[in-house]
Each structure stands twice: as structure tokens, then as C-alpha cells.
Design a binder for this molecule. Structure first.
Ligand SMILES: Nc1nc2c(c(=O)[nH]1)N[C@H]1C(S)=C(S)[C@@H](COP(=O)(O)OP(=O)(O)OC[C@H]3O[C@@H](n4cnc5c(=O)[nH]c(N)nc54)[C@H](O)[C@@H]3O)O[C@H]1N2
Ligand SMILES: Nc1nc2c(c(=O)[nH]1)N[C@H]1C(S)=C(S)[C@@H](COP(=O)(O)OP(=O)(O)OC[C@H]3O[C@@H](n4cnc5c(=O)[nH]c(N)nc54)[C@H](O)[C@@H]3O)O[C@H]1N2
Ligand SMILES: [Mo]
Length: 723
């Protein structure tokens, strides 16, 4: 999202720096932005379509590649039906100009009934709690960190991640600003770089945040500190919440959470007593055993303390261009939650908001019988490294009859494909953010033209690839799909959702594709011209006259307008979530584990896929196991020693890094490593492969209400490695 100034000399990137004139980022940049040139120039990046012939990759024309897709997929669909086909759409689609706007075509129009994504190892608990509380599965409240005086960060490390369901430029600079006028508290089992920059680090036992937050709610009610502020008239369920919280005294949860009853009470008082305060919870709260409860309770605390829908509190952003992704799920409009509309074939996992745990994919491929998955399309994903027990998926993928991958590299996942369709370099595409604008603390619009013309003039854009694959799934040979017709149909539907006749609107355009969708979403967004109804409003054409972007300013109160519930009320205490409380109560009775594993991120990485970028890989090995000094002493290991880490699912060897910046009883590893597999083409990554932490993630360790994977709080044992 940061504005970049890219210098080009002789057709090459000569330098990238932050654009000081950018209306959003004002010159801020992170290492990922600064090294995009290396992604563009990476000799390992695939540039031509490839098909596998007798086990060997062969570069072919696009036409041949699409024909090969047809040859592979059509007979499978004919024999087994579309139910034998699925797709995995990965994280970068949230960031790509074309994929962000067109994955909906593949998911919505291909007839594939059940698809997989890292959503269920990421934000599914937040989708669930937002669906239940606000009637919008992407209606996420975001901490207004520019205007708050007390920020409580739980399970997030913006010093590494730069934010997440909180998009803000230079988050750490903003955090420094909060400290000057107020206070920052970080609640995390690890003393992260964010915690180091905060006023206070409160270590917490992984997976127990929901219990802590219930005790905060308990204190707020018990001490008469509840004050809903302006949203008061729109909140339903306060009395129910009072009854629920009554059973969760700070004393009851102190031992399990590792946070003293006094500190919990003081936290409640600080939050209630600070005019502008906010709690932010992120991946550490989602990817855990009680992810839905924790995600919900963050919002409950913000609401009970009057820090909701008000500056400096938790607010609903207004995206200048709305995202196709946030469309309501047909059949899951507000009302009684209707989850488990279907269950998976092998494990019987229930559907929640249209998805099932991503960890089901391997067993659906390997288990014979009616409905077995025979063909897989992956788009911008590397589930072999990023999903629980990815090593099992690695074993399952060769059993497929067909696999098509749309990606930039031959990595741990795509090495199993039969057809590889290359994505263009980020510098060969236009850019305007999409989904992440819905989590941004300012309303911004910012369009960038491609820096380079396509190296391969024949190459289709990724949205065209998605449309061809969609058509193929519905019975048309991929090479014969009428891309423009499907694109028009998609546009018409999107226009219809905004109350417009697409066929009429299309007369404004001489081209289709994501630019047309972007124009539609800008013009029908909060600042748009609505195709002439509001003549001074925004259009893509006007935006293009502002190369540094347009910033429409900070968040504004949006309740009740933002609510999708039938009665435009916030449901503070949804029954579906309350039903999960007995499971949390049982957690309080459980004996402590000897050691549990949590995940972490690094500033110079992005999940599994920037490890082939040499400038990002400099420095010492980052794929290490952080372990507390006392735990290391007990096991007679010191920094640099190789240790064996074992969970119920698997075992890995990794170097240990001994530190006091982590709670005793907790160890931490980054995900996205485990390169060096045969058949991959990533020379830089393969030279420093690291190990795959998800070998240790049990596929059935889940946040039950959402089906999201619990990748934090995994019981493990650690001992010095024999080797
Ligand atoms: N540089 C970089 N940036 C990234 C990414 C990247 O890989 N690299 N990934 C991107 C993606 S896909 C995402 S989703 C975001 C995520 O953004 P963040 O949520 O900020 O992610 P992390 O940096 O992993 O921080 C998670 C923190 O949760 C803590 N934690 C683990 N378990 C628990 C628990 O039970 N309770 C509490 N309170 N804390 C816990 C961990 O110790 C860790 O410090 O980052 C995005 N940004
Ligand atoms: N243990 C543990 N596991 C985790 C997490 C954790 O915290 N701990 N975090 C989880 C989270 S939050 C996430 S989001 C997932 C990520 O899970 P995935 O999305 O499966 O993994 P990525 O590593 O982001 O893989 C991105 C893939 O997209 C490709 N790619 C990049 N840009 C483009 C593009 O423009 N077009 C195309 N077609 N391909 C592109 C890359 O080459 C790479 O193969 O990992 C999850 N796994
Ligand atoms: Mo993510």
C-alpha cells in the first residue's frame, strides 16, 4: 500500500524508495517494497507457461498451455463431475490488482462447490464474529491508532508485519506517537520488537486471551465501568453479556492466563478510564484454540468501554473503492446462523461461512470414494508450507489426476503441478489496493500504472487466466472460453449489487477487466460520482490525475449505517459464540503443558514466498526456535544447538535461539520455511531452506466455532538433537 518511487534505467530497476509525496504513506517503505525490483528480475521466476511432459517441464505457448488444461480437466469433470475439482486460492490475491478483483469469478461461477484458502489459518474467526455481531462477514472494526491515547495490542507484532487487519503507514512511528501522549501495552507470550517499543509487555499463556478478556468484562460490570457511549442505542445483548461475564472473575482466570487478577482489574480500569483507548487483536488471537471467542471479545471490550465507532477507538473504515470480496454470502444474510449447511466427506468438518478447515484438503485427496478430489487448481498459494500438516499435503498432491498452478515460482506446492501458468511481475501490472482498503485507517484511493510493458507480449493478465479456468470448469475448453462475455456478466452482476444496470454502464467503457471493476467500485463507493448523480465525485479517470493518490481522511462514525443486521443493531452476545464458552471453561481445568509452540513473522519475509529475494535473505538464519533461558537450561541446550521439536503430528530439527524475550513454557518459530525440496526452482531460498513448522501443526487442532486452525499453543517437546 505504500507509495513507491521506482527509478528505471535501461529497462531495469535502478532503485526503489518511499514516495514522500504519497498521500497515504508519505515516504514510509518496508523492505518488501524496496526489493520489488529483485522480484521482477529474479531469474528463477517463471515467465512462460510450462507443461509437464514425461516428468520434465517444457515451456510452451499460452495456447498450448490452455489446451493442456482442457485435456487434463475435461475428462475428470466428465467422469466424476465438478465435485472432483477444487481450488486453493492463497494470500497474495488480497494484494494483486487482477486476482483481488477476479478470484470471485473462479469461486462464484466455476461451479466448484467447496474451495480452500488460507482464510481458515488466518482471519476466519474475525469473519465469523463480524458476521454474527454486525451482519457483515468483512465488516471489521479497526483501531484508530492515529488518534488513540491507549493502545492494547494482543497477538500482533506490527514491528514485523506492518499491521494486518489494521492497515496504517508506518505503524511503529504511530505507536511511538501514542507513547508520547499516552500508553501502549502489548499482550503476547513473546516480548516482540513491538513489545520492546511499548510501555508494557504483559506475557500471556497462548490460547487464553478469551479468558483474560472475559475477566476484563467481568471487572467492567462489577465496578460499574460500563459506558457504551454513542453506540448505546444500537447495542443489543448488554444484559446477557453481564450475566455471562459474572462467572469469569479475574481470580478464576489468573493462573491459566498467567496474568494476575490485580493486573486484569487495572487493565479494565485503564481502558474504561481513558477517553481514547482501543484494544487490537490479530493473528495470535485468531490462529488459536479459542480464536472466535477472543476475536469477538476484543470488540466486546471496545464496545463496553465506549471506545467503539468513535475517534481513537475501534471504527469501521470506509474504503474509497469497495471490494468484490466483501459481498454478502448468498444464503447467509443476517438471521439465525446457519452453519454446517454441509460437512466434509472424510472428517465431517462443518462448513462455516462457506469454507471448511484448510487442513481437510489432504485427506479429501487421499481418501478414495465418491466425491474424492481428483483435480486441484492453486492460485497464489503455497499450502505445503502454510497449512497444518503441510507435509501430508505434499504427499497427497502427487495422487491427483491433474493440478494446475497459477504462480510466479516453482515452489514446494507448485512443483507438483501438471501445468504452470505464470503470474506477471508486480511491476508489469497496474496497482490499486482492494480488500485491505477495508481495514485502512484512512480512506484512500491510489492508482499506479504498470512500470514495465509485459516481457511476454502474448501473456494474458491473471484475471483472464481465472476466467478461462472458470469457463473450463463449466464445460468450455479453456482455449475457447469467451473471456469478454464472462467478464461482462461479472461486471453486470457487480453493477446490479449497487443498483445499476450493467449493460447501460458498460457503454462508458471501451475495455473490460479489473480497471473497469475498479472504476465501478470507486464510482459507486462513498466518494464516487455514481455515474453522474454526483458530478464532483470520484472516478478512475480523475484519480489517475493524482499520481500520489487521494486521501479522504480518517475514519468517521458509521453506526448504524455500516451494520448489515436486519434491525441495524450490534449483537453483543451472539448465541453461537456463547455456546463455545463451556469449552473455554474446560480449558481452565486443564493441566499446564510443559511447552507450547507459537508462530512469528519477520520484517524481511512474507509468509513463504519472498525467500528467493537475495537482498531480503541477508543476515543470520531466522528460522530458529526461540526458547526461554530456563527451558534451555533444563534441556542443556544453548543458542545454535540443533534441537528436535516433536508434536503429536510430526517432528523437525531446528537450531535453538535462547532468550529471555519469551515466556518460560513457550517456544516460537516462523512459518513459511522448509525449502530445498527436489524439483523446486528457487536457488536463493533453497540455499537457506529452514524447516517447515507446520509439520508440527495438528490438522484437527482448531478453533471449533470457525474451523480456523490453531497454529499457536501447540503442545510440543524439545530435546537436543541426536545429530
Ligand atoms: N514482513 C511481513 N509482514 C507480514 C507477513 C509476513 O510474513 N512478513 N504476513 C502478513 C500476513 S499474511 C498476516 S495475516 C499479518 C499478520 O500480522 P500480525 O498479526 O501482526 O502477525 P505476527 O507478526 O505473526 O504477530 C502475531 C503475534 O501473536 C503472538 N501470539 C501467538 N499466540 C498468541 C496467543 O495465544 N495470544 C497472544 N496474545 N499472542 C499470541 C505471537 O507471539 C506474535 O508476536 O502479517 C502480514 N504482514
Ligand atoms: N504455522 C503458521 N502457519 C501459517 C501462519 C502462521 O502464522 N503460522 N499464517 C497463515 C497465514 S496468516 C497466511 S495468510 C498463510 C499464507 O498461505 P499461502 O497464501 O498459501 O502462502 P504464501 O506463502 O503467502 O504463498 C503465496 C504464493 O503466491 C505466489 N504469488 C505471489 N504473488 C503472486 C501473484 O501476484 N500472482 C500469483 N499467481 N501468485 C503469486 C507465491 O509464489 C507463493 O507461492 O499462511 C498461514 N500459515
Ligand atoms: Mo495472513
Amino acid at each position: 500500500m505504500c507509495g513507491l518511487e521506482i527509478q528505471v534505467e535501461g529497462g531495469r530497476v535502478a532503485g526503489i524508495r518511499g514516495n514522500r509525496e504519497d498521500t497515504w504513506s508519505r515516504g514510509h517503505i518496508c523492505p518488501k517494497g524496496a526489493t520489488l525490483g529483485a522480484v521482477h528480475e529474479d531469474p528463477d521466476r517463471i515467465r512462460r507457461p510450462m507443461i509437464r511432459v514425461d516428468g520434465q517441464w517444457q515451456e510452451v505457448s499460452w495456447d498450448t498451455a490452455f489446451r493442456r488444461c482442457t485435456e487434463l480437466l475435461a475428462p475428470i469433470i466428465e467422469k466424476h463431475g465438478i465435485g472432483a475439482v477444487t481450488c486453493y486460492t492463497g494470500n497474495p490475491l488480497a494484494h494483486s490488482f487482477s486476482l483481488g478483483r477476479y478470484t470471485g469469478v473462479l469461486l462464484g461461477m466455476s461451479g466448484i462447490s467447496l474451495s480452500y484458502s488460507p482464510g481458515t489459518v488466518d482471519q476466519w474467526p474475525k469473519n465469523l464474529s463480524s458476521h454474527l455481531m454486525y451482519g457483515g462477514w468483512w465488516t471489521f472494526p479497526v483501531p484508530d491508532i492515529e488518534r488513540t491515547d491507549l493502545l492494547v495490542v494482543m497477538g500482533a507484532n506490527p514491528a514485523a508485519s506492518q499491521g494486518s487487519l489494521l492497515a496504517a503507514p508506518d505503524v511503529m512511528g504511530i505507536i511511538d506517537g501514542i507513547r508520547k501522549r499516552g500508553k501502549v501495552i502489548v499482550i503476547d507470550p513473546v516480548r516482540t520488537a513491538t513489545a520492546d517499543r511499548a510501555d508494557e509487555w504483559l506475557p500471556i499463556t497462548p490460547g487464553t486471551d478469551a479468558a483474560l478478556l472475559l475477566a476484563v468484562a467481568h471487572t467492567l460490570f462489577a465496578e460499574n465501568l460500563v459506558n457504551l457511549g454513542a453506540v448505546g442505542p444500537y447495542v443489543d445483548g448488554v444484559e446477557r453479556m453481564r450475566e455471562v461475564a459474572a462467572g469469569w472473575s479475574p481470580e478464576r482466570v489468573a493462573a491459566t492466563t498467567g496474568v494476575s487478577a490485580d493486573r486484569i482489574r487495572a487493565l479494565a480500569r485503564e481502558l474504561a478510564g481513558t477517553e481514547r483507548a482501543v484494544v487490537y487483536g490479530r493473528i495470535g488471537l485468531c490462529n488459536q484454540e479459542f480464536g472466535s471467542l477472543a476475536s469477538w471479545l476484543v470488540d466486546v471490550i471496545n464496545i463496553l468501554t465506549g471506545h467503539f465507532d468513535t475517534p481513537g477507538g475501534s471504527m469501521f473504515p470506509r474504503a474509497a473503492a469497495w471490494s468484490v470480496t466483501v459481498q454478502p454470502i448468498p444464503g447467509l444474510e443476517d438471521g439465525a446462523p446457519d452453519f454446517g449447511r454441509f460437512r466434509t466427506r472424510v472428517r465431517g468438518a462443518k462448513e462455516v461461512l462457506g469454507q471448511v478447515p484448510v487442513s481437510c484438503l489432504a485427506e479429501e485427496i487421499t481418501t478414495p470414494g465418491e466425491g474424492q478430489i481428483k483435480a486441484l487448481i492453486t492460485v497464489a498459494g503455497n499450502p505445503v508450507l502454510s497449512t497444518p500438516a503441510g507435509h501430508k499435503l505434499d504427499e497427497a498432491l502427487p495422487m491427483l489426476d491433474a493440478m494446475i498452478a497459477v504462480d510466479m515460482w516453482i515452489n514446494e506446492t507448485t512443483r507438483h503441478a501438471d501445468v504452470l501458468l505464470p503470474a506477471p511481475s508486480p511491476l508489469e501490472q497496474p496497482h490499486h489496493d482492494d480488500l485491505i482498503l477495508h481495514f485502512a485507517i484512512n480512506s484512500i484511493a491510489n492508482y499506479s500504472a504498470p512500470v514495465f510493458a509485459p516481457e511476454d507480449p502474448d501473456r494474458p493478465e491473471e484475471w483472464e487466466i481465472l476466467i478461462r479456468l472458470t469457463g473450463l470448469c463449466t464445460g468450455t475448453p479453456a482455449e475457447d472460453v469467451d473471456v469478454a462475455a464472462i467478464d461482462d456478466g461479472f461486471f453486470d452482476y457487480m453493477a446490479f449489487t449497487q443498483g445499476f444496470d450493467g449493460a447501460q454502464l458498460r457503454k462508458h467503457y471501451d475495455h473490460g477487466g479489473p480497471e473497469r471493476i475498479l472504476d465501478l467500485t470507486l464510482r459507486t463507493g462513498p466518494f464516487g460520482d455514481r455515474y453522474g448523480e454526483n458530478p464532483d465525485g470520484l472516478t478512475l479517470e480523475k484519480l489517475k490525475a493524482h499520481p500520489n493518490g487521494i486521501n479522504f481522511g480518517p475514519m468517521v462514525p458509521r453506526v448504524p449505517e455500516a451494520l448489515g443486521t436486519a434491525d441495524q443493531k450490534i449483537r453483543l452476545a451472539p448465541r453461537y459464540l456463547l455456546d463455545d464458552l463451556p469449552r473455554l471453561a474446560a480449558r481452565l481445568e486443564r493441566a499446564p503443558e510443559e511447552l507450547v509452540l507459537v508462530s512469528r513473522r519477520h520484517l524481511r519475509s512474507n509468509n513463504s514466498w519472498l525467500h528467493n529475494v537475495a537482498p531480503l535473505m541477508r543476515g543470520r538464519d531466522r528460522c530458529t526456535l526461540l526458547m526461554h533461558t530456563d527451558d534451555a537450561a533444563k534441556r542443556a541446550v544453548t543458542s545454535g544447538d540443533l534441537v528436535t521439536v516433536t508434536s503429536e503430528t510430526g517432528s523437525i530439527e531446528v537450531p535453538v535461539e535462547v532468550t529471555d524475550a519469551i515466556m518460560p513454557g513457550v517456544v516460537s518459530m516462523p512459518h513459511g520455511w522448509g525449502h530445498g525440496k527436489p524439483g523446486t526452482r528457487m536457488a536463493v531460498a533453497n540455499a537457506s531452506p529452514g524447516v517447515n513448522t507446520n509439520v508440527l501443526s495438528p490438522p484437527t487442532f482448531l478453533d471449533e466455532p470457525s474451523g480456523n486452525g490453531a497454529l499457536n499453543g501447540i503442545p510440543v517437546t524439545v530435546s537436543a538433537a541426536a545429530t
